[in-house]
Design a protein around this ligand. Structure first.
Ligand SMILES: C[S@@+](CC[C@H](N)C(=O)[O-])C[C@H]1O[C@@H](n2cnc3c(N)ncnc32)[C@H](O)[C@@H]1O
Length: 340
């Protein structure tokens, strides 16, 4: 099946990296072509149910659909006449998406023309604009992509888990969308460790995907906050413990961890003790690389100013690094590492 994905333009590189990670998680050994916001895969392993699951799991995806055909915008009507629309389950609806301002005003008329081509080809046609069974979505930029919609982003899908909505608030808490992104970049399937878990934002996003989680923090008060928050969001299968993230190898068996997603402290804090921040990162990654399975990933945030050569260890390979505005007016870096 050919599938079209459209990602958010706000951080294109990161959005595409997340898609890449999701293809790995869902084992989509695909032939892929990417252009700006659009990625098309052709995979025998792709099913509508799998693509829906993948899309629900994503943080930055905007749309996914089964690709029916692609053509030039001028040729749309002719292409519509050629397509066999018998697969449509009624009621159906048709939507056009474009960012081309010249085209935007012509959309209602074009939607009517194209819908009527489908209508005439069906035996018992019916339309429902609010609750269709089949939605044909056409994405027009330089090309026109004709798709059967599988999933579409809904505004506010992370809103109920915003830091201020959580019963145990902490100002360092990550937004749920970014937490979900880290979970995905860590390629976690069954289990995940966050060794600097704070009030638990990453653990919550992983738990909601039915991933078994472990969260450690050196500060007992943060562990209590994480507990209150995880219970509030009805998370199951989690373990929280007061622990120093530089001593993971003393707590966990070697090569027993499937994935790490984490957000360590950004600056000197009482809990880092006398250590400077680069020593904390270095000791954490040295310990993490001992407990991580070969071929597994760590997704972490680090301060922009902290140079990677100060903390990277030989057993970890860099997969990607991106700048991202997080909060507090500062830009952070998202780093993805793989155990060699
Ligand atoms: C930036 S906060 C994490 C916030 C978390 N991602 C959230 O969204 O709630 C960093 C956390 O690391 C903890 N921490 C600092 N040093 C640590 C260490 N050596 N081991 C484990 N946790 C540590 C702090 O107590 C703090 O809760």
């Amino acid at each position: 099946m050919k599938v079209l994905f459209s990602v958010s333009a706000e951080n294109l590189k990161l959005s595409n990296q997340e898609l890449e990670a999701l293809f790995e998680i869902y084992d989509l050994d695909s032939k892929k072509q990417s252009k700006h916001k659009i990625t098309i895969i052709n995979s025998k392993k792709a099913t509508k149910a799998k693509i829906k699951k993948l899309s629900n799991r994503s943080s930055m995806l905007k749309f996914s659909g089964k690709l029916i055909s692609e053509t030039s915008p001028k040729n749309l009507e002719k292409e519509f006449q050629k397509i066999n629309w018998a697969f449509i389950k009624c009621p159906f609806c048709l939507r056009i998406k474009t960012e081309n301002p010249k085209l935007k005003e012509k959309i209602p008329a074009l939607e009517r023309t194209l819908s009527s081509i489908i209508w005439k080809s069906l035996k018992k046609p019916s339309v429902d604009l609010e609750n269709p069974i089949t939605q044909i979505t056409i994405i027009i930029n330089k090309k026109a992509y004709i798709t059967e919609k599988i999933w579409e982003f809904k505004t506010g899908r992370f809103k109920d888990r915003d830091p201020k909505q959580k019963p145990a608030f902490h100002p360092t808490s990550l937004k749920p969308k970014l937490s979900r992104l880290l979970v995905n970049l860590s390629r976690s399937k069954k289990s995940l460790l966050d060794p600097f878990c704070g009030a638990g934002s990453i653990l919550i996003e992983a738990s909601l995907l039915n991933i078994k989680t472990k969260g450690y923090d050196i500060d007992n008060r943060m562990i209590q906050k994480a507990f209150i928050n995880l219970i509030h969001y009805k998370c199951k299968n989690f373990l929280l413990k007061k622990l120093d993230a530089t001593k993971l190898h003393k707590e966990l068996k070697s090569e027993s961890v499937e994935a790490i997603a984490t957000d360590p402290p950004y600056g000197q804090s009482a809990y880092v003790g006398a250590k400077d921040i680069s020593t904390l990162y270095k000791e954490f990654l040295t310990s993490a690389s001992k407990v991580l399975k070969k071929g597994s990933y760590i997704a972490l945030i680090h301060p922009h100013k902290l140079k990677k050569n100060k903390f990277l260890t030989k057993s970890l390979k860099e997969i990607s690094s991106h700048s991202l505005y997080v909060h507090g007016g500062l830009t952070r870096k998202i780093l993805v590492l793989k155990k060699k």
